[in-house]
Ligand binder design. Structure first.
Ligand SMILES: [Zn+2]
Length: 109
């Protein structure tokens, strides 16, 4: 089962952070350890994209969201399998798969 990898600071305990980060965002230590994140979260904010281009064209309309993971970090992603007419912030989501660019794509939970 694939999971999202986060990085926790072994010096001050801050995190988890998502890549790209080479150092702790709090104390700038490079003494980071990998942690597996749950892949569960909720929608922090979103926009519905009606006119898309390229590989996303056939997905439109789709929900482009900032997802806040249970562990704290936020990421910009797409949430699939939700009703774009009735979607609201705080909607629970979970990891669905990683796309070709290794971006985690979510689905409604
Ligand atoms: Zn630190």
């Amino acid at each position: 089962m694939e999971h999202i990898t986060g990085y926790k600071c072994k010096d001050c305990g801050a995190g988890p952070f998502l890549m790209p980060t080479m150092a702790c965002q709090k104390c700038h230590s490079q003494n980071l350890e990998e942690v597996a994140l749950s892949g569960n979260g909720k929608i922090h904010t979103f926009t519905i994209v009606h006119a898309a281009f390229g590989s996303l064209k056939e997905k439109a309309p789709y929900a482009l969201c900032i997802v806040e993971l249970q562990e704290g970090p936020r990421l910009l992603t797409i949430v699939e399998d939700v009703n774009v007419e009735t979607l609201k912030v705080e909607h629970p989501v979970r990891l669905k798969y990683f796309n070709e660019e290794k971006i985690p794509i979510f689905q409604g939970a």
